[in-house]
Design a protein around this ligand. Structure first.
Ligand code: TXA
Ligand code: MG
Length: 357
């Protein structure tokens, strides 16, 4: 299949530029499109064949449900069997934006879209291109992240081309995703709202609107031996992993740098190249290996925005092992570390009890 690539200037575009993409969605085709979190691979959420094509294109296990994207809060009553008051409050506070809610699904939503579950994930993206595309298509758009299953999510059209060219009808290139980590997922089907995936909208912000909110215990897991089954089916799979093994090194900043430098020397002696995931503040201190700067420690949002792109970059370099610095335990840091720990298969090298970075 030939994948058409359409460039759209987010700052200034007209509806007609999205007509053919909207038409593709309407007739059961697959269109990758930018959102403020990551790129999504969209198909008509009410069309079982389109859902099946999404799973096939990504190589995604069919028990891993898709998020349904909407352009209007009114869609909630059509997609959900019941809409709790809390959902309206969250929508008021955070939509359009990087928040996904899990609700009991209505009969209209096929199980092919929800991975066989009786619940449905719903999100209203803020990205102007995403929003216009959904509105113009006239359908609800099921969209997982537009990456091949297991690889880091896509934050640029180039990433989508790498993973899905020839497998889908169209890719809309709207430039880089602003946030760079997938949406926060909150499950409203239980007694207490549960965060199934941390994201840009953090627990404190949710608690302000909801009162009580808890993390699904799998979210905070720090070791592969903790045998906890994630409530979001997708969170249980190996994810985001670069080709080379990745280790997170924790300890005082100068010790982390010294350790990684020493490993790079050892590896070089054996003819192996070391990849290093560093930051603006630390990158100049590495004396060997291939150093990639993910962002600025002083600006956690820049690290979130650069993470998937940096993880992908290592795959083009032929490094045999990657060491990453660790990130702080602040609200956005929780979301960053959640992705990084998965990418590393929970491999942490702990240099000292006293954590610095
Ligand atoms: O930011 C995002 O959420 C992006 C953009 C494209 O909107 N989408 C995204 O989709 O990250 P995906 O499919 O890569 O991740 C969806 C996650 C998976 O972990 C899935 O298991 C979970 O949401 N999920 C979807 N429906 C669910 C449900 N009914 N119950 C529990 N978890 C659900
Ligand atoms: Mg994904």
């Amino acid at each position: 299949m030939k994948t058409e690539i359409v460039k759209i200037n987010r700052a200034q575009f007209e509806d007609f530029e999205l007509f053919s993409a909207a038409e593709r969605l309407r007739v059961g085709g697959l269109v990758a499109f930018p959102t403020e979190t990551v790129y999504g691979l969209g198909g008509n959420a009410f069309d079982e064949t389109a859902a099946a094509r999404i799973y096939a294109a990504k190589g995604r296990p069919s028990d891993n449900p898709l998020i349904v994207h909407i352009a209007d809060t009114e869609a909630l009553t059509e997609l959900a069997a019941e809409v709790p008051e809390a959902a309206y409050r969250l929508a008021e506070a955070f939509w359009p934006g990087p928040l996904t809610m899990i609700l009991k699904k209505s009969d209209k939503v096929p199980k092919a879209t929800t991975g066989g579950l009786n619940t449905v994930a719903i999100r209203m993206p803020a990205d102007e291109i995403a929003s216009a595309l959904i509105r113009l298509s006239g359908v609800y758009v099921a969209a997982p992240s537009a990456n091949a299953s297991g690889r880091p999510s896509t934050t640029k059209a180039e990433h989508v081309i790498e993973d899905l060219d020839g497998k889908i009808d169209m890719i809309i290139d709207g430039g880089a995703s602003e946030i760079g980590l997938e949406s926060t997922i909150v499950d409203l089907t239980g007694e207490v709202p549960l965060i199934l995936r941390p994201g840009y909208i953090n627990a404190e912000q949710l608690a302000e609107v909801l009162g009580e909110v808890r993390f699904d215990e799998a979210v905070l897991k720090r070791s592969a031996s903790e045998n906890i089954v994630a409530k979001a089916p997708g969170m249980k799979y190996r994810h985001y992993a670069p080709k080379a093994p990745l280790y997170i090194v924790e300890g005082k900043s100068d010790e982390v740098i010294r350790y990684i430098n020493a490993e790079a020397v050892k590896n070089a002696a054996e003819g192996r190249i070391t990849g290093i995931l560093a930051t603006e503040e630390t990158k100049k201190n590495y004396t060997g290996g291939m150093v990639f700067c993910v962002g600025e420690r002083a600006n956690a949002a820049s690290i979130a925005a650069g993470l998937f792109d940096t993880l992908r970059s290592f795959d083009e370099t032929g490094v045999s092992v990657i060491y990453s610095e660790s990130f702080a335990d602040n609200p956005l840091g929780t979301a960053i570390m959640n992705r990084l720990l998965k990418a590393a298969g929970y491999h942490i090298i702990q240099l000292k009890q006293d954590e610095d970075i």
